[in-house]
Ligand binder design. Structure first.
Ligand SMILES: Cc1cc2nc3c(=O)[nH]c(=O)nc-3n(C[C@H](O)[C@H](O)[C@H](O)COP(=O)(O)O)c2cc1C
Length: 377
């Protein structure tokens, strides 16, 4: 199926505006999955039959491969992602206020380098409407059967020194709907957002969310929601260590590495060059090694004791294996679905399952950080 997608669908899609294709694809997925009869063939074709179970953040994941933030910003196709077999779904980024994002066009694709450049700028319905959407979804379909993660960003109109209120307001409005929350301080498309990665600002944002977390957990007589921080791949070793220490001391439950990069690979053609000249964050294959290096560093810094979510350039099971053995407990993709299609999940899960056997392992948890253990780090 992946081959059919690569040979026929991808070349046709490549001729069209990337954002329009994206919105149309989401709509088709939503419509096809709104009915149990049309859901069946999708489930049959795409849902992995193999299980690679892993327990994390108080939930059981049937396998470690999930949907990265930005793909379903408004939580429009939750049933669809479940149907095609994602292990977990991250929706958003959501900000306190509704916003349109940057002017279009703002998403560009280079098929030859399997990369995307985007400068969406957190186009999203805002956390109030998002809470309503999720409430309606839960009433109609029940809670998703896979863990639902919510990615939080900062509204462009909120002053940088008030960022903590923006994140905390969204967190409060969405608290009861999400299983895990990701504080995104790393998108390159909201002016100065990445400055929030400095320890003082980051601590203030996390602390503000943790106050709400304790209050709501007590009110609902339930446990605290796990909070993760998502980082940029443009950090020095010292900055990375500071962020890890800050996030851990503020009781964050883990880290997502990484967001898109502002750097550009060498281009091999004029068409690549035209895409790479666009402003914004680059994702996909050229990001893979950089994000894996960050995973390795974080794993070493934390002695493998703090969950890392690996994202960046996963296009197949080899890429997924690299991230897990570098230290990621769970992995995610966005660009991989654009270039490989909906069959990516099944091929990653089947491939990982084979690699476990080849390495004489019985459980995916045993593969986490394996490359460090083998190197005697
Ligand atoms: C169009 C687009 C929008 C994105 N929006 C968000 C977002 O709102 N929040 C976020 O944390 N990451 C966002 N990302 C980053 C992805 O979640 C992911 O970290 C990045 O694309 C690297 O993964 P990939 O190489 O598999 O695409 C976005 C990426 C793309 C391509």
């Amino acid at each position: 199926m992946g081959l059919v997608y690569r040979l026929f669908a991808r070349p046709i899609l490549a001729l069209q505006d990337s954002e329009k294709v994206h919105l149309r694809t989401l709509k088709i997925l939503r419509i096809m999955c709104s009915n149990p009869i049309t859901r069946l063939p999708l489930k049959f074709l795409y849902k992995p039959k193999k299980k690679l179970e892993i327990d994390l953040f108080g939930h059981e994941y049937s396998h470690p491969f999930g949907l990265a933030a930005g793909m379903d910003k408004k939580a429009e196709a939750l049933v669809g992602w479940e149907t095609i077999g994602l292990g977990f779904i991250e929706v958003g980024g959501i900000t306190q206020h509704e916003q349109d994002g940057n002017p279009k066009p703002r998403m560009f694709r280079s098929s030859s380098s399997r990369s995307l450049i985007n400068r969406m700028g957190f186009n999203n319905p805002g956390s109030e409407k998002m809470a309503f959407t999720l409430q309606s979804h839960y009433e109609k379909h029940g809670k998703p059967k896979v863990p639902l993660w919510i990615n939080l960003g900062k509204s462009k109109s909120t002053a940088l020194d008030q960022s903590h209120t923006d994140y905390a307001t969204s967190f409060e409005r969405l608290w009861e709907y999400g299983d895990v929350f990701v504080i995104n301080v790393s998108s390159p498309n909201t002016p100065n957002l990445r400055e929030l990665q400095n320890d003082e600002s980051l601590a203030k944002i996390i602390d503000s969310c943790q106050v709400i977390n304790r209050m709501l957990a007590e009110k609902h007589n339930s446990s605290l929601k796990p909070i993760l921080v998502k980082i940029a791949p443009e950090l020095t070793d010292v900055q990375l260590e500071t962020i890890v220490n800050t996030a851990m001391s503020c009781n964050c439950d883990g880290i997502v590495a990484t967001n898109t990069t502002t750097s550009r690979p060498k281009s091999n053609s004029q068409s690549e060059q035209l895409v790479f000249e666009q402003k914004g964050g680059l994702s996909g294959k050229p990001l893979a090694n950089k994000s894996t290096d960050f995973i390795k560093k974080i794993y070493s810094l934390t002695d493998g004791k703090w969950p890392i979510i690996g994202v960046g350039g996963i296009m197949n099971s080899d890429d997924a294996w690299e991230k897990i053995t570098a230290g990621a407990s769970l992995i995610q993709a966005y660009s991989g679905f654009v270039f490989e299609g909906a069959g990516l999940t099944k091929s990653v899960v089947n491939g990982l399952s084979k690699k476990l056997k080849q390495n004489g392992l019985s459980n995916i948890s045993e593969a986490i950080g394996l490359s460090h253990k083998r190197n005697g780090d």
